[in-house]
Ligand binder design. Structure first.
Ligand code: ADE
Length: 236
């Protein structure tokens, strides 16, 4: 069994996931640090139209995604990591909110399956079925209190938050260490301190003198103060 983390995404719009080939994530795949599969849900349909949805029982607006293609697609991707616990992430605005802590927790999972629903969501029996299936764990996850057209963009957000935390993905791991220090002040999550680079003066705006002093202790103190001020003034 491969030792890398595997990610499978099930969607009716595989092209939506093309950005996974770029930048940090693209490199992590090319370097063999992770494996990613993107799967077209319609490949699991049997009718000529490739139908993936139907009208809701009980009536009401919109369409609901049918359980049968989802069940087949999830069973098929589970085969790609046969000895692992499969963590099925169902994207929905009704789910648990993505936080840095949740991203960190998900780095521990060897096989993540992202189910990107569209329309009014997926028939709830899909989540119910896999919640009690052997070797599966199900989580409903939201990236925020707003409604997207589907789970694809949410999947990109969650995958990026997880993958950058995996060992070897960010070349300079000190930047992660530093980030986690500045993110936490006795357990309180802080907004990052302000960053500057060259030139020393830009359009009349100067880099704070302290950052040019070479005094690492004083710089660390200043950065913590700045992070605390920013956190206090943060709109949320
Ligand atoms: N699908 C639609 N809106 C969403 C959201 N805010 N988070 C996750 N999945 C979604």
């Amino acid at each position: 069994m491969s030792n890398v983390n595997r990610f499978d995404v099930i969607t009716i719009f595989p092209e939506y996931l093309e950005p996974l080939k770029l930048s940090l994530i693209g490199k992590a795949v090319n370097n063999g640090l992770i494996e990613i599969g993107v799967h077209d849900l319609r490949a699991q349909t049997t009718d000529v139209h490739g139908s993936v949805d139907d009208t809701p029982y009980g009536g009401g607006a919109g369409m609901v995604m049918s359980p049968e293609p989802w069940g087949k697609a999830i069973d098929a991707v589970a085969e790609l990591a046969p000895n692992e616990i499969h963590e099925l992430i169902v994207l929905t605005p009704a789910g648990e909110k993505l936080t840095q802590e949740l991203a960190q927790t998900l780095t521990k999972s060897k096989h993540l399956i992202f189910a990107c629903g569209r329309y009014e969501g997926i028939d709830v029996r899909v989540g119910d079925f896999y919640s009690s299936a052997k070797n599966f764990k199900v989580r409903e996850v939201s990236i925020g209190d707003y409604v997207l057209g589907g789970g694809e963009v949410a999947t990109l957000v969650i995958m990026e938050a997880i993958i950058r935390l995996l060992p070897g993905v960010i070349g300079n791991s000190a930047s992660l260490d530093e980030e986690s220090h500045t993110l936490s002040n006795d357990g309180e999550t802080l907004v990052e301190y302000p960053n500057y680079t060259k030139p020393k003066e830009w359009r009349g705006l100067e880099v704070p003198e302290i950052l040019l002093s070479g005094n690492h202790g004083e710089i660390a103190k200043w950065r913590l103060e700045q992070a605390l001020i920013r956190t206090k003034n943060h709109p949320n």
